[in-house]
Design a protein around this ligand. Sequence first.
Ligand code: GLC
Length: 711
Amino acid sequence: MDKNKLLELLRKMTLREKFGQLTQITGEPFIGRADDDMVETGPGYPPDMLEPDTLYTVGSVIGVSSAKMTNRIQSEYLKRSRLKIPLLFMHDAIHGYKTIFPIPLALSCTWDERILEKAAEVTATELRASGIHVNFSPMVDLVRDARWGRVMEAFGEDHLLSGHLGRAMIRGYQKRSDGKIGPAGVAACVKHFAAYGAAVAGKDYNTVDMSMREFYDYYGKPYEIALQEKPKFVMSSFNTFNGVPVTASEAMLRQILRGTYRFDDLVISDWGAVSELQNHRVARDGKEAAELALTAGVDIEMVSTLYLAHFEAIVAEHPELLDDVDAAVLKILQLKNELGLFENPYVDEEAESAVILSPESLEAAREAARRSCVLLKNDHQTLPIGKQHRSILIVGPFSNTRELLGNWACKGSFDDVPTLAEGLKQVDDSLQVNVYDTLDDCPGDVLEQCDYIIAAVGERWDLSGEGHSSVHIGLEDSQQQLIRQVKRLNKPYACVFFSGRPLALQDIIDDIPALLWCWYPGTQAGVAIAELLTGQETPSGKLTMSFPRYSAQTPIYYNEYSTGRPANASSYSSRYQDCEIGPLFAFGHGLTYTGTEYANFRQSSDRITAEQGITFSFDIHNPSGYDYPEIVILYIEDLVSKAARPTREMKKYRVVPVPARQTVHVELTISLDDLQYLDANLQRTVEPGEFRVYINDLAKPVFAFVYEDAV
Ligand code: GLC
């Protein structure tokens, strides 16, 4: 349909029909209570709030899936819709739809935009085959507090990495880079704008307060970067920002999002967030809540249907809002048109099964799972399991489970997930593998004959994710006891951890010789992990979020300020008296089996100018037989600045393929722009001074340079 036809359609719409397009509901009014093809991701809103003649004006449905179900609803809806405007179907397939990839925090540990783009592409293909047009992903919220259950959905504690990985997923979802939707693409939705990850004390939905310097240079940066990829949607967050709920904040949604960040497409509220303005106590009733959200620039109301309940009164008092309403409705019509829904609102039910869980999708999930795992510790090369070890005993609560998808795995099925044991047998069928939940369950002869033990432990999948903030993020006592029991057997052993967040392991880490962190690896879990445990592949992931030693040592993150009393052995320094300084495992930490060495560090100059950047080069030598991806991370340190800056700032990263027994030359260039920061007056500036450069190791500078003012 061409634009004139769309404008003609818009002109025909009644006010109710326009506000219907600005309303999203669950599938319940169409198919009754939640069933396998319908999920609810928040507190229920009674669907009978809508009269039938209103119901058939709504613009989109959330949480319904499968070609059959979306076709059924679409068909019934279009029969009753006066103007025959098709529905959009939206869902949360945040790391896969049926083929489940590792949770986003795990995917971020690949540092590989190609991996994330591929995961998004596969997800988009499966979503479209199932009749879904919009995906509420990527979440790019910066996270620093592992108590917050939603860190599992994020890309970690660095703002640049979070933004660029978010961009990669948007490219994968929309399958184009110009803001249009490619074939078999879905509309992406950047969330949760803004700074939802900074909820005080890591408590979900809690207050967010920060300086605008902290926002623009850190918490806002991932959205700013991700928006450059032109996602169709941005989701407004639940939280207040400096005292104003974002969903009612013109400053956030109009001045910053649409002004400073130049976003010009659709803003959708989070689940019920418009109605929750009443809980925030900034709206005395539903009408005022709807009015505030509409005025702030929320185009589509998710689930709470207050726009439809109060639009007549609101428009009567604020006719000036009608231009925004028309603009938003036109964008929705344009998206439906771009997706071809006016010509064909249905999806081919026969084609769905051929697309879902395809071999190539599963291979992509397997590679992503392998690359997401992080080898945190490996004393005495305990891993990989040596060829001399053929009888493997796996013990622990995760020894025999398929529940390795994480807490927001959309339509992923545990039945599709190979267990750790199945993975080991598939990867090396010469292994004898025994599996028991606890050592006490294990018969003496099995214990006697096994020559290698894997303790499969961690945090249950339903203890992280939305609404799952925790004050205790250590390993539960029974699992610590299990590890100590295994240690007392005096056989080689390693620990494989599953979790949706960093865990605080100070109390148990000395009893763990080798530690492979697998997060929630998704549909190919068992096989991908087995490839690493047996040494068929080497671990290559690096942490994107610091691991605290204790639950109370959070938030903790790599780019903290020096303070006036930098942490040291003295009690008069910024430290805890009852905790070692620094994280247990740092941002950027991750081991391999390769014995890789870096050498020949060189720099093109020791002074940077506006015209001439500096290229830092070095060689990476891989003496092993593995072809593998080496993650290279470059940090700068500004020794003196007018406003305080973090002591380390990640500025460049690259995933470098290093073939077996080869040496690869790497060059990374820093320009003057990379040295910018927001000074105390919120001016983006570069100050003259001395800088140090770190490669991977946050403690060891390998380069230095100066910037002398041009004048
Ligand atoms: C949830 C989440 C959001 C999700 C939305 C729809 O409450 O906050 O991330 O996209 O509701 O499911």
